[in-house]
Design a protein around this ligand. Structure first.
Ligand SMILES: Nc1ncnc2c1ncn2[C@@H]1O[C@H](COP(=O)(O)OP(=O)(O)OP(=O)(O)O)[C@@H](O)[C@H]1O
Length: 309
């Protein structure tokens, strides 16, 4: 059974269409990414799914429950971390967790959760004194304290430095390893590539592609490029004869081979048969960034180096 079903979701604010016929399903134990530019309708989609906003039209189910008519039941199985936590500045970490735990019949062990999320030393700290990374970890803790079967994480690592972002990714992987299904809203291509099993690329309220990160990158149609220094003379025509190869060019002492499909496997197997070593090998693959541009027809607005927008 699909854990999440979204069929023909529509949502407008006044006359403005935010979500325009979005459909997807998420399987048990998946990390499913919702990726897209600012204003694409990602947050609105997950808010409707979580029962925080009523959809105008469409069928939504979380473990078979309707977030509109069975909101309390959905709350018991679905944990949400949204962009703004809205926690009072003076609320202490432990108090926030105790409060959220009180909404659930069988909450997680709070000291163990604090420990796992690296917040044990901050249990008595007021919210406003936490760093960006600590606030994000608390937001994750609040989303999982009710031991949900599904967790929605929205813009989890925006504003975090690379170290904190990697630490947060590991937490998401741990959550999934415990059998929780994860819906991850993100701007970061690298985040989607690292974490997500499948991704829905949303643009202007519509799903423009739904695939694995690698599948999306392949769809971008971008060529792959290999560069290396052959350890022994090599007949370029044998490379050109490979069906995966589209061009072979010398760049100084380096050979540049471009192509599609399983280019790397085809070229490296040929080299192995000829007993040639590919020294200084570098491979450039199409990335989700390429896919984004190819599928939406515009540049992906990358957050700044520290993930700020
Ligand atoms: N409460 C609201 N009232 C009116 N319009 C809204 C409201 N919330 C969102 N919108 C509009 O709906 C559209 C989709 O917004 P949404 O927040 O769902 O997009 P998003 O993909 O999550 O964007 P971001 O990445 O910037 O968070 C945008 O045009 C936004 O301005």
């Amino acid at each position: 059974m699909a854990v999440i079903e979204v069929e023909h979701l529509h949502k407008s604010y006044g006359g403005d269409i935010a979500v325009d016929d979005v459909s997807f399903t998420v399987g048990e134990g998946e990390i499913f990414g919702i990726l897209g530019p600012n204003g694409a309708g990602k947050t609105t989609t997950v808010e409707c799914l979580s029962g925080l906003r009523p959809a105008d039209r469409g069928r939504l189910r979380v473990l078979g429950l309707d977030p509109r008519t069975e909101r309390d039941a959905v709350r018991r199985v679905l944990g949400v971390q949204l962009q703004e936590s809205g926690l009072p500045d003076k609320l202490r970490v432990r108090e926030a967790l105790d409060l959220f735990a009180s909404f659930h019949p069988d909450p997680a062990d709070i000291p163990a959760l604090l420990d796992r999320l690296g917040l044990a030393a901050k249990a008595a700290a007021p919210y406003r004194t936490l760093s960006g990374g600590q606030k994000q970890r608390l937001a994750i803790a609040l989303a999982v304290v009710g031991r949900p079967r599904v967790v929605v994480l929205d813009e989890l690592t925006t504003g975090l430095d690379p170290h904190a972002r990697h630490a947060t990714w590991e937490l998401v992987e741990q959550i999934r390893a415990e059998g929780v299904t994860v819906v991850l809203v993100t701007h970061f291509m690298a985040e989607a590539e690292r974490l997500c099993d499948r991704v829905a690329l949303i643009d202007a309220g519509r799903v423009v592609a739904l695939d694995t990160p690698a599948g999306l990158a392949r769809r971008a149609g971008q060529q792959q490029r290999m560069r290396f220094r052959p350890s022994a003379p090599l007949d370029e025509d044998t490379l050109r004869a490979l069906p995966e190869v589209t061009a072979v060019t010398w760049r100084g002492p380096q050979l540049e081979v471009t192509g599609t499909g399983d280019l790397v496997v085809a070229v490296t197997s040929l080299l192995a048969r000829r007993q040639v070593i590919a020294a200084d090998l570098r491979v450039d693959q199409a990335t989700l960034d390429d896919a984004f541009i190819a599928l939406t027809g515009r540049e992906h607005p990358q957050p700044g180096p520290a993930g700020t927008r």
